[in-house]
Design a protein around this ligand. Structure first.
Ligand SMILES: Cc1cc2nc3c(=O)[nH]c(=O)nc-3n(C[C@H](O)[C@H](O)[C@H](O)COP(=O)(O)O)c2cc1C
Length: 173
């Protein structure tokens, strides 16, 4: 799959087949994240892979829209230094977003779907995944083969994205 095709076709997947992700595929996905560029090349991201079904079920209570984690083959908690700490650089948020998008695209090429889950209950997730206090987890990425593989080829949702003219300004706002 070429880069443009992946970018242009990708959709989130929230319903997953009962099929594990092989180690080599997972390694590819994780390395895609690790390979992202970051501010000053500081690479201040950490990834927690969760495969244990009971822990995934608990992680699905991390927020009101996190239920898809429960049926995922695995979840990757995306962890960064707390961006709200005094003097913390916001670049960690950009960096982790880049790493996440790399993972999502690498997965899509392998026929593996994904969906972020926004964490609302940070204390709960910290305890569940034993995340240190100076770190922050805002998103968990669900990954798995789609329950309906046709979604990988599905036509784009009409109106799924704003048109370029709605978001683009030339020279000034
Ligand atoms: C930062 C971010 C947070 C998201 N959080 C959630 C979430 O908590 N639960 C969920 O089901 N989808 C979540 N999504 C997925 C979006 O709803 C999805 O990307 C959007 O609806 C577009 O869907 P599409 O890519 O299939 O067109 C999130 C996406 C992003 C980029």
């Amino acid at each position: 799959m070429d880069t443009w095709k992946a970018i242009d076709s990708i959709r989130v997947v929230r319903e997953f087949a009962d099929r594990p992700i092989a180690e080599d595929a997972l390694n590819r996905i994780l390395n895609a994240g690790r390979r992202a560029g970051s501010s000053k090349n500081l690479q201040r991201w950490r990834f927690i892979v969760v495969r244990d079904r009971e822990r995934l079920k608990k992680l699905a209570h991390a927020g009101p829209f996190a239920a898809h984690i429960e049926g995922a083959a695995l979840g990757i908690a995306l962890v960064m230094p707390d961006p709200c700490a005094e003097g913390a650089p916001l670049s960690v948020v950009w960096d982790l977003g880049r790493a996440a998008q790399n993972m999502v695209l690498a997965a899509w090429e392998l026929g593996i779907g994904s969906c972020p889950a926004t964490v609302y209950d940070h204390a709960y997730v910290h305890e569940l995944l034993r995340i240190p206090d100076d770190q922050h987890c805002e998103y968990v990425l669900s990954l798995g083969y789609p329950a309906d593989p046709s979604v990988l080829q599905a036509p784009k949702r009409p109106g799924g994205r704003a048109s370029l003219s709605e978001v683009l300004h030339e020279e000034t706002w």
